[in-house]
Design a protein around this ligand. Structure first.
Ligand code: BDR
Ligand code: CA
Length: 324
């Protein structure tokens, strides 16, 4: 079983990423970062989800309350609370947590955990502030990182702006540090995660599992689907964050393509964009073809292109069924 640290900002889909990971991987800890909600709320939400699912042995370390370089373009009030509600996990009536946060700061937790294990995979599903700071503070940890499998960015477009996706836009400088750190990076961007939209059919499927965790997830989805419809007119709720966990469990569900990815740090309209050099791909009508040789210099990021929707929801349902 792979050793992983989940770095997240729960968040409805972050909660699902936690449950998926803990069902299959050796989760050494969860570190929290402000994003979908304040650092207080997302930390409390991580503790609540672990309490619901009987995963209280997993430590939770509270991390950064904001980006490396705050700018007016991050507009957290526009995205986070609108999508995830005032608590960050609106919908179900969640129990008060029976555990408290670890005494260490998330950045220290990440450094110490990587140092004390042979290999650790990092799974960031929020802004990349904690990971970037850990890499800057202790650059030698890069040798202990097996891989970074993250949710963020997009092959061609964003969600908060036409160019930028939320997790990257919330801390583009941190994203630049992470994408260029030298560890292998897998990017599950919104071009991929919008292929796994949950609809009321999937919410009912989770409810039908008949356990406490399935019921909570169904109620999370009920809320999240509503906001995605209201704000974006989407026909469902994209389950972004569990996608970053999927390739660590089953390598056949997502098809990745290596390419040069740069984080745009200066553009007036493109700040926070993941500029993916896909000149060798032809993106047509639901089909992606390789038509030329890869351009752009290394390092290359593995960019997720396609995910098997049906098998994704099977994996999620079977995983949730094993919880109380
Ligand atoms: C990302 O932003 C957050 O709202 C979600 O939790 C996900 O990590 C999608 O853009
Ligand atoms: Ca998230």
């Amino acid at each position: 079983m792979r050793n992983v640290i989940l770095d997240c900002d729960p968040g409805h889909d972050d909660a699902l990423a936690i449950l998926l990971a803990a069902g299959h991987l050796n989760v050494l800890g969860i570190t929290t970062v402000a994003g979908n909600q304040t650092i207080d709320n997302v930390t409390s939400n991580a503790l609540k989800i672990l309490t619901v699912a009987g995963l209280t042995h997993i430590p939770v370390a509270r991390g950064m309350a904001g980006p490396l370089v705050p700018t007016s373009r991050q507009k957290p009030d526009v995205h986070g609370p609108d999508f995830h509600g005032e608590t960050g996990l609106d919908g179900p009536d969640l129990p008060e947590p029976t555990i408290s946060p670890d005494r260490r700061h998330a950045v220290d937790f990440i450094i110490e955990t990587i140092r004390s294990h042979d290999e650790v995979t990092l799974v960031p599903t929020g802004p990349l502030t904690n990971i970037a700071l850990a890499l800057r503070r202790e650059p030698s940890i890069v040798g202990g990182i097996r891989e970074i499998s993250l949710m963020g960015g997009g092959l061609t477009h964003g969600n908060v702006s036409a160019a930028a996706e939320f997790n990257i836009l919330m801390d583009p400088e941190a994203a630049h540090i992470v994408f260029t750190c030298g560890a292998p990076v897998k990017m599950c961007g919104i071009n991929l995660t919008r292929q796994v939209m949950a609809t009321p059919v999937e919410a009912d499927r989770m409810r039908a599992i008949g356990n406490r965790t399935g019921q909570v997830v169904a109620e999370l989805l009920d809320f999240f689907l509503g906001t995605c419809e209201k704000l974006f007119g989407l026909p469902g709720g994209p389950l972004h964050d569990p996608c970053a966990v999927v390739p660590l469990i089953d390598t056949t569900l997502i098809e990745f393509e290596p390419m040069r990815v740069d984080i745009e740090l200066y553009g007036e309209h493109t700040y926070g964009m993941t500029l993916c050099d896909h000149r060798h791909l032809l993106l047509g009508d639901g089909e992606i073809k390789r038509i030329g040789k890869r351009m752009g210099d290394p390092p290359y990021t593995e960019v997720g292109l396609r995910i098997d929707r049906e098998r994704f929801f099977d994996l999620l349902t079977n995983t949730l069924a094993a919880y109380p």
